[in-house]
Design a protein around this ligand. Structure first.
Ligand SMILES: Cc1ncc(COP(=O)(O)O)c(C=O)c1O
Length: 460
């Protein structure tokens, strides 16, 4: 199994990025639950035949869809070790929790947060953002909100983020009981960054109308084009207006590791809370989301609940309080920290920073290729590693979507789509450390070939 999966990663370039599952194969996953014992080798054979060739493909250098990380073998092997230990990191006194605590300290250092900052591994930034919103809610209403609910506070809380923010911010408002409509979606400027003047106007209007503004969410690396809000300006605004300042840095926050990019995140060190993923630009295998809160005491009081069966002691296995379960909703938690610890110790922050920097250079390379190709047009600025472009011509908005599906089905490249100013764009997010210039050349060549083919079949 180890040989097979190492070969898979080593030889990934020779495979199609992705291929659709044949319907008869899909049917094989409708079999009845096994009641009798089976043979491990047979199950592994089935994995090799029916699962491995039909994965998403994000380890492949031609994968550029959404914002998926490429993973790395050190992290992969750490996952195996973690599974062998079968540690539960909800709590108790054991070395795996010290590994997670070590990473909290490393992250605190990377982002320049003070001592007393808390941190927690979660599945991904969606949950990390939810935790940020819940701590902000407790800051605004007091932790009694946990017992009495938001209605008892008799305040209509409002939060603010830009139109370019990820949908999970609205979802966090929903899940926290504040409601999606309590999230004010603010316009962006020409660089797709939140317009702080429009933000100020919205906050004033809400205060005048009897609402209680409590939270502003900035984005470090928007999901559509990778723009970075002016975090320093937002931090100052939030401080002046007494708002909680949360940063969604899902993929962009780790640009702190790249010396050429880090200055663009200025202000992130002033956030009250920060959400990001190690599984994107950090190249750690899925999943490894992370949330950090400047006021660790408030973070803890937002989630900690006494329970007889979780009683803490000064010695024995129940020592070592506080436990990770005091900082989030999960009680049973896997050893996500180990694959991050291995990745950081084996590769170091400099090499990871260089990968991040390099993928932004590749973004510029792709931008230049698009600008030099008459059939193609750039549809958005390229501040980081995401390039949105389109094939000129074609009668409708759907052409770029068709080309993307053609690309994915061809196995040559797998970008995704997004909408930029009402137009469907081909979106290449360069995240994988294995991606090279030749992969971008293959993407451009295939877009031109599929675009011409589609135009010809429309004309016919
Ligand atoms: C800016 C931003 N926020 C949040 C998320 C959601 O993160 P996750 O998929 O890890 O939950 C993403 C995912 O791409 C993102 O780009």
């Amino acid at each position: 199994m180890l040989d097979d999966i190492l070969d898979y990663v080593e030889q990934i370039r020779a495979r199609p990025v992705w291929q659709p599952m044949p319907p008869e194969l899909r049917e094989r996953f409708r079999e009845d639950i096994p009641t009798a014992a089976g043979d491990l080798t047979t199950v592994h054979d089935q994995f090799m035949r029916d699962i491995l060739p039909y994965a998403t493909g994000n380890t492949h250098p031609g994968f550029m869809g959404w914002v998926h990380g490429g993973g790395n073998p050190a992290g992969m092997l750490a996952e195996m070790l973690a599974a062998g230990l079968n540690a539960n990191l909800g709590g108790r006194d054991h070395a795996p929790i010290e590994v997670e605590r070590q990473i909290v300290e490393w992250v605190r250092t990377i982002f320049g947060f003070p001592e007393g900052t808390s941190g927690l591994f979660v599945t991904g930034t969606s949950i990390a953002n939810l935790i940020g919103v819940l701590v902000a809610r407790a800051a605004a209403l007091g932790s009694s909100v946990r017992r009495k609910g938001i209605a008892a506070a008799q305040k209509r809380l409002t939060a603010y983020t830009s139109v370019a923010a990820h949908g999970c911010i609205a979802q966090a408002m929903d899940l926290s009981g504040l409601g999606i409509e309590a999230l004010r979606v603010i316009a962006t400027d020409d660089h797709h960054r939140i317009d702080v003047n429009a933000l100020a106007t919205a906050v004033t209007a809400d205060r005048n109308a009897g609402f209680t503004p409590f939270l502003v969410v900035g984005t470090a690396g928007t999901v559509d084009i990778g723009s970075i809000d002016d975090l320093d300006e937002l931090a100052t605004f939030a401080a002046n207006e007494h708002l909680w300042f949360h940063v969604d840095g899902a993929f962009g926050a780790l640009a702190m590791l790249a010396p050429d990019l880090a200055p663009r995140l200025k202000g992130i060190e002033r956030a009250d809370s920060l959400a990001f993923d190690f599984h994107k630009w950090g190249q750690v295998p899925y999943d490894a989301g992370f949330v950090m809160v400047r006021d660790g005491t408030l973070h803890r009081s937002t989630f900690a609940s006494p329970a007889a069966y979780l009683r803490r002691e000064c010695r024995g296995l129940a020592a070592g309080s506080p436990w990770p379960c005091d900082f989030g909703p999960d009680l049973s938690r896997g050893f996500r920290a180990l694959k991050v610890w291995f990745t950081l110790k084996v590769h170091g922050t400099q090499r990871i920073g260089a990968v991040i920097s390099r993928s932004c250079e590749l973004g510029q390379y792709l931008r230049r290729r698009i600008e030099a190709t008459t059939e193609l047009e750039l549809l958005a600025p390229v501040p980081l590693n995401i390039v949105c472009f389109g094939y000129r011509g074609g009668s409708g908005n759907g052409l770029n979507g068709e080309i993307v599906a053609d690309l994915q089905e061809s196995g040559i490249a797998a970008p995704s789509v997004t909408t930029i100013n009402g137009r469907l764009a081909i979106r290449a997010a360069i995240v994988n450390h294995r991606t090279e210039e030749r992969d971008l050349d293959a993407l451009v060549d295939a877009v031109l070939a599929f675009g011409a083919q589609r135009e010809k079949s429309c004309a016919a």
